[in-house]
Design a binder for this molecule. Structure first.
Ligand code: PMP
Length: 403
């Protein structure tokens, strides 16, 4: 691949007020910076068009309801789903908790099993542990290949009809490894298990179609997709959502309330108790418009080229150990021999290079890698070869400081 040609900037810098010349933001996997179009949509929603949804009979509220529901349809179109299958939640964490509580909590019985992988984010581990403990279900872990991918051959060999739920990250937030999600879904379905895909790191980096992936649940957070915090998405097959009890009780999620008996609204309203994050949904709509107009295929190719350049450049520094596969999606974890990742990140910050250091909410993965933490550089649409070079020369400075 011609790295020089493919790493040309996407020419979006003017869209991002937070990214200024000389500052190298390499923490998009934690949260992405926001394009002006998203900031404007949020300002407009809180400004001249603000009102509540679903309740008002006056025009402004009816318009806001239309905008909120339009955001739902936009999300559906983005991932190849139907609007009635899209539940707005606070983020991926809440979405997984919702499925663990309302699907697994209802469907699983003692002795059933849940399948996760070594590289999962804590938000795709702890909710399952909580439900498994309550029910008496067990959790099994699919190991990784040597280069840090979820080992689907191992998964195929270990899955049994006792496994009722498989929950896997489509892209690892630490290693950037991309799952063959369709194959994972096929393996899960062979034994009759459902599969939930954690798409947090996938939706900002590649086109996603939940029908083509043939998954049962799909979750992601708005703030990693150039949208606002506090809004995220749970997609579920409608028949699965329809069979699930409510998550929380309150306004909006009901059909009819009386002290004798309360009945619930159909999905997705059943899972959206209370006044929703109206402005967050409108901001997410603008974010999806933004990434689709930039082009997810272009974003994917751009980030892949930056990863390739990063691995090549950091690979030339003797004391650097790279984690994860060669073809990771926009995310590279590394260690500098003899230097704690927090020190690496602190020294890089002095050179205006912002990376993340720590366990990345993936402590079991750290255990498997045999390290307490890693340093992680992750890319977004605004990054270019200049950021890779700043990272590499910053690391060279780290190695000089630490001798
Ligand atoms: N899964 C993955 C793969 C993630 O990267 C993250 C965020 N780091 C989450 C889940 C949780 O997302 P949130 O904190 O937005 O709910």
């Amino acid at each position: 691949m011609n790295v020089m040609a493919d790493t040309r900037p996407l020419d979006v810098l003017a869209d991002f007020p937070a990214i200024h010349p000389g500052w190298h933001y390499l923490d998009t996997a934690a949260t992405s910076q926001k394009p002006q179009a998203v900031i404007d949509a949020i300002a407009r929603a809180y400004g001249e068009t603000y009102a509540t949804v679903h309740r008002g009979v006056y025009q402004r509220s009816a318009d806001m309801t239309l905008a909120y529901e339009a955001a739902r349809k936009r999300v559906a179109r983005f991932i190849g789903a139907e609007g009635r299958e899209i539940v707005f939640v606070r983020g991926a964490t809440e979405a997984i908790n919702l499925v663990a509580r309302c699907w697994a909590g209802e469907q699983l019985k003692a002795g059933d099993r849940i399948l996760l992988s070594t590289l999962e984010h804590h938000s795709n581990i702890v909710p399952w542990q909580m439900v498994a403990e309550r029910i008496g279900a067990a959790i099994d872990i699919v190991a990784l290949t040597d280069d840090g991918r979820i080992d689907l051959d191992a998964m195929a060999a270990m899955i049994t009809p006792q496994h009722k739920m498989v929950a896997l990250a489509q892209v690892s937030n630490v290693l950037g490894s991309v799952l063959d999600a369709r194959r994972a879904a096929d393996i899960a379905h062979l034994v009759g298990a459902k599969i939930l895909l954690d798409g947090c790191q996938a939706v900002p980096r590649m086109p996603v179609d939940v029908r083509a992936l043939d998954c049962d649940f799909y979750v992601f957070s708005g703030h990693k997709l150039y949208g606002p915090t506090g809004i995220g998405v749970l997609w579920g097959r409608y028949d699965l959502l329809d069979a699930m009890p409510p998550y929380q009780g309150g306004g909006s999620m009901i059909d009819r309330v009386s002290f004798a008996k309360t009945t619930y609204a159909p999905p997705p309203g059943r899972f959206e108790a209370g006044t929703p994050h109206i402005v967050g949904a409108l901001g997410l709509h603008a974010a999806i418009d933004y990434v689709e107009s930039t082009g997810l295929d272009r974003i994917h190719a751009h980030e892949a080229a930056l990863v390739e350049a990063t691995r090549e450049r950091l690979g030339q520094i003797n004391s650097v150990r790279l984690f994860g596969p060669e073809d990771s999606a926009g995310i590279v974890s590394f260690a500098v021999e003899g230097v704690h990742p927090h020190d690496v990140a602190t020294i890089l910050d002095e050179s205006q290079v912002a990376i993340r250091a720590g366990h990345h909410c993936a402590q079991p993965l750290m255990d498997a890698l045999g390290v307490p933490a890693t340093a992680r550089a992750s890319f977004g649409v605004y990054n270019s070869l200049a950021d890779v070079e700043a990272l590499a020369s910053g690391i060279e400075r780290v190695t000089r400081i630490f001798g």
